[in-house]
Write a new protein. Structure first.
Length: 122
C-alpha cells in the first residue's frame, strides 16, 4: 500500500514527467517555406503592380500592404517608363516580409487582358 506522503507527490511527479517529454527540440521543417516564399513574392508583386497602376506619376510616398502575406512597403517614386507611351510606369519600393526588408526598382505595365504586371527595371 502506498503511503499518504507518496500519494501527495505522485501528481507532481507526473506533471514533471509530462513537461520533460514536451521539452524536446524537433528540427523545423522548412520545405514549405521555399514554396510559399515564391508564391508570396508573386502575390506581393501583384499588389505592388495594382498600387502603381492606380496611382499618379510622381506620387508622394505611398504605402502598400498585402494582408494575405503580411508583407508591406512604401512606393517612393513613380515615373513614366521611357518609350512606353504611358502604358508602363517605373517605380521604386521597399518590401518588408518575414524574410526581411528589401528595396527594388521595377516597371509595371498595363495590358487590356492582364491588368498591371511587374517586370524588372532595366
Amino acid at each position: 500500500m502506498i503511503s499518504s506522503m507518496r500519494m501527495k507527490w505522485l501528481p507532481l511527479g507526473l506533471i514533471v514527467l509530462a513537461l520533460a517529454s514536451c521539452s524536446s527540440v524537433e528540427p523545423l521543417d522548412t520545405s514549405l517555406i521555399t514554396q510559399s516564399t515564391a508564391q508570396n513574392r508573386r502575390a506581393d508583386t501583384s499588389v505592388i503592380a495594382e498600387t502603381v497602376g492606380q496611382s499618379t506619376v510622381g506620387v508622394e510616398p505611398l504605402a502598400w500592404g498585402n494582408p494575405s502575406t503580411g508583407s508591406s512597403g512604401v512606393i517612393s517614386e513613380i515615373t513614366v517608363a521611357p518609350g512606353s507611351d504611358g502604358e508602363c510606369r517605373g517605380f521604386v519600393t521597399t518590401q518588408r516580409s518575414l524574410q526581411g526588408e528589401s528595396r527594388f526598382k521595377g516597371v509595371a505595365c498595363h495590358s487590356a487582358n492582364a491588368g498591371w504586371k511587374v517586370r524588372p527595371a532595366n
